[in-house]
Ligand binder design. Sequence first.
Ligand code: ITT
Length: 193
Amino acid sequence: MKLIFATNNIHKVGEIRNALNNEFEIVSLKEAGINRDIPEPHDTLEANATKKSMTIYHLTRQNCFSEDTGLEVDALNGLPGVISARYAGENVSFTQNVEKLLAEMQGKQDRKARFRTVISLIINGEETTFEGICEGTITNQPQGNNGFGYDPVFTPVGEVRTFGQMSMEEKQKYSHRKKAVDQLIQFLKEAKS
Ligand code: ITT
């Protein structure tokens, strides 16, 4: 089965391809020749994931999925959450978002946080959603250059290293995205049989 992945984030494409392990073929927006920014106007990950997948479904009428991910920090009442991509402003770099996060976290004792991913899958026009969560803590300084986004400042529970210090395979053992993708794979396998 071929699925369009409604994202413009190449890091997500790499991680999801790795998690799918060639069991299902995915086509990025770029590969599908779709060059557009997908709106994320809502204030929940769920609503934005649906908006992204439905936008691409209405455009292509092909089976597709999207995902929306947020880093929810307890001491910041759940921020940056749904605005994780634009925490420090529109069109900012990952580094600028990380710098803003560390500034907001300065002096905070409670460093607990979680990544939460919501996938919205559209098969024959019908939506199914999946959620994956990874609990962890925010470090005081960036550590490591691997991954993307907030990876250098997030240590998953059960580890001493940040995602930024792990290979993709190591990150997949804990990853919010991988947990959501595993459910998607299960669903697609059951739908096929
Ligand atoms: P699309 O909407 O095109 O899929 P995006 O980058 O805008 O791409 P999101 O709206 O889901 O994606 O933004 C989530 C932001 O959270 C993302 O830009 C990163 O900064 C961060 N993020 C998401 N997943 C992450 C991960 O696994 N590790 C570290 N940071 C992550």
